[in-house]
Design a protein around this ligand. Structure first.
Ligand SMILES: [Zn+2]
Length: 228
């Protein structure tokens, strides 16, 4: 644990509740996906969990968060200066960016398995990779969507380097070539990153569209998808 942290909490406790001695305190830094700090009283012990993003924060900021948590716990008014100090630190550019990165990394783990009940997205990717890309494409994270969405049937997420396919296609009534076509389309997004043409974003460039036509049953697949 960070040096001096326990003292900061004990001193803050005494400021808020002069005359009473602080209960036993356990303070841990915890890997929250969002900046999050919690306090609980359990069997006479105070359990404090601080976001690991605060691990490198200056003492004044840790004092501020100690004040906010303990004031909440004991229903005391929160000092405006302390609240402002904490908000300022959390809102600062660097920390926001770090939180974003951490969220991204942890968000990655929330992706579902590529293995569905009927189709395995990784196997489909590798087959298409061999058939159309000489096996040269590095496989991104392959994942079925969390919900059975019809609105977005497939999606390449460059921030997570992940291809997400709607779970509605993990069904025996869905022909394999249709699913292959959707994965193929998303693989083309990986191959042809979005270009800026003037101020317009060009998602499906001419090269993209030409290459998409190489999929043997593209017309048939599109007809099937329109009837969904
Ligand atoms: Zn597209």
């Amino acid at each position: 644990m960070r040096e001096g942290l326990l003292e900061i909490f004990q001193e803050t406790y005494q400021e808020l509740r002069p005359g009473s001695s602080p209960p036993e305190l356990t303070i841990e830094f915890f890997a929250f996906a969002n900046i999050n700090n919690t306090i609980r009283l359990r069997e006479g012990r105070l359990l404090v969990r601080l976001s690991d993003l605060l691990e490198g924060a200056p003492d004044a900021v840790l004092r501020a968060i100690a004040h906010i948590l303990l004031a909440k716990m004991y229903r005391k008014p929160i000092d405006r200066g302390q609240a402002a100090r904490y908000r300022k630190y959390v809102g600062s550019h660097e920390l926001t960016r770090k939180a974003h990165l951490v969220r991204q990394m942890r968000g990655r783990k929330l992706l579902r398995s590529p293995r569905g009940h009927f189709y395995d997205l990784e196997a489909i990717f590798e087959e298409l990779n061999t058939r159309f890309f000489h096996g040269l494409m590095a496989r991104p994270q392959m994942s079925w969507s969390q919900t059975k969405t019809r609105r977005i049937i497939g999606h390449y997420d460059p921030a997570h380097n992940a291809i997400i396919i709607s779970r509605i296609f993990d069904h025996p009534a869905m022909p394999r070539y249709v699913l292959e076509y959707i994965v193929y389309h998303e693989m083309l997004h990986l191959k042809h990153p979005v270009k800026l043409r003037g101020s317009r974003r060009c998602v499906h460039s001419a090269e993209f569209q030409a290459e998409e036509k190489l999929f043997p049953r593209v017309a048939e697949a599109n007809t099937f998808l329109k009837r969904l």
